[in-house]
Write a protein that binds this ligand. Structure first.
Ligand code: FES
Ligand SMILES: [Fe+2]
Length: 435
């Protein structure tokens, strides 16, 4: 249970708020490069601030304030040229640094434009995502988390808009025990209620119902290290022997088989969150994954306009139901925490400590300024990267296994599945045949 003041301190992210100031010390993914290339200009809302992301005619991305300095027209209605983004009303043009570089209606000798700038933020690209930094300069390095820089993996980016505060989404990660009920018993209940004959879902739900024997949390190098053991498992099981981090402040990271998820619970404002994830499919050795430029993306709806939950047949859709139904901003003055909430409590303590660090003028954790340290930030991988679901004992791969849980368009599914089939075939081939 928190006081109202503590709850506000942790959840509110607008300009000048304690948690908002902390979040602005990190780079955040604001769009897929593919999205921006399709649109050239797109509105972005982050930490309660309205901005416009654009790519100029020379391919340079920029992120600037949403309104023109002249008479406040929204730049999201503008267009781009080689110099920057052009306001549709009178043509004032801003470059990626927010400088006004053209005022077509002013006299040719005028230097008025040199006095005009609008807010701008740095943008960098990694793993098919465009990251923005909204904090004080100099900006730290864009972290090169391993999942974002691994080679020979097939990536897909996803966006899920969630109508609630970011912190309740994030508190899901240091709470693995919820999986037994939400993704196990509740999922089974839904399948029974709908008389579903979907065997894959039934198997998935059944797997989640295994009881947690123990679970443990500790402050680790990059956030909260979580580990757990289910009934029937021994302590050499990787979920116990290889603690998995919650990557501070808003990243969750899961792996299963050859499918790895690295995702942010990005605060749009106090009452809305964008889950942004990079799913990496790793077929293992034996195949060369084609270069993806740009990386494909999906926008997945899990709550419709009327507030109905439209993806309860998926694990993420079940999580989203839980988070949204906690309230727009969860009232933590009314909650009653138990033993399963040890990880949640530790995360709140870490968050409080990092907000304090910023207020005391220090960098919070996971702010990197040394390029040597930032080559590749390795996180534990719970299973070997080459291992995947759907392999028989002879190493053959069952087509459809690795993408079964993803709402991917058919052509992407086929491309990923082909890679897994070919990789398994090449590994099965005797060495003499390869020679
Ligand atoms: S309002 Fe933008 S150029 Fe006039
Ligand atoms: Fe979950």
């Amino acid at each position: 249970m928190l006081s109202q003041a503590e709850n506000d301190r942790l959840t509110r992210v607008g300009p000048g708020t304690p948690a908002g100031n902390l979040m602005r010390r990190y780079w955040h993914p604001v769009a897929a490069k593919a999205q921006l290339l399709e649109r050239s200009v797109m509105p972005v809302r982050i930490f309660g601030e309205d901005l416009v992301l654009f790519v100029d005619g020379q391919g340079r991305p920029g992120l600037v304030a949403d309104r023109c300095a002249h008479r406040r027209v929204k730049l999201e209605h503008g267009f781009t040229n080689d110099a920057g983004i052009v306001c549709p009303y009178h043509g004032w043009t801003y470059n990626a640094g927010g400088r006004c570089v053209a005022q077509p209606g002013e006299p040719p000798e005028s230097t008025f434009k040199d006095k005009i700038t609008i807010t701008s933020y740095p943008v960098q690209e990694l793993a098919g995502l465009l990251f923005a930094y909204l904090g004080p300069l100099p900006a730290p390095l864009l972290p090169r988390w391993d999942r974002l820089v691994w080679d020979n993996v097939y990536r897909v980016i996803g966006f899920v808009k969630i109508p609630c505060n970011w912190l309740q989404c994030m508190e899901n990660t240091p709470d693995p025990v919820h999986t037994e009920y939400l993704h196990g018993h509740y999922f089974k209940h839904l399948l029974d209620k709908s008389k579903s004959t979907d065997e894959r879902s039934r198997k998935l739900a059944e797997g989640f119902t295994t009881h947690f024997l123990k679970h443990d949390y500790a402050i680790g190098k990059y956030g909260i290290d979580r580990r757990w053991l289910l009934e029937g498992q021994s302590t050499d099981k990787d979920t116990w022997s290889k603690p998995q981090p919650l990557v501070f402040p808003d990243i969750h990271c899961t792996s299963g088989g050859g499918r790895h998820t690295f995702g942010w619970r990005l605060p749009i404002d106090d009452e809305n969150t964008m889950e942004v994830y990079v799913r990496s499919f790793d077929p293992g050795p034996g195949v060369t994954v084609p270069v993806q430029d740009p990386v494909p993306y999906l926008e997945v709806e899990m709550v419709d306009e009327a507030g109905r939950f439209t993806a309860l047949n998926s694990v993420t859709g079940q999580d989203v139901m839980a988070w949204v139904s906690q309230g727009t901003v969860l009232d933590r003055t009314e909650e009653r925490l138990g033993d399963t909430d040890r990880g949640v409590i530790l995360f709140r303590q870490l968050l409080m400590a990092q907000i304090d660090a910023v207020e005391e003028g220090r960098d919070p954790i996971n702010v990197f300024r040394d390029p040597a340290e930032n080559q590749c930030l390795d996180l534990p991988v719970p299973w070997d990267r080459g291992y995947a679901w759907g392999y028989g004992k002879d190493g053959s791969y069952v087509r459809g296994s690795i993408t079964a849980a993803d709402p991917l368009p058919a052509h992407l599914k086929a491309e990923i599945e082909d890679l897994f089939v070919r990789a398994a075939e090449s590994r099965q081939r005797p060495a003499s045949a390869i020679a």
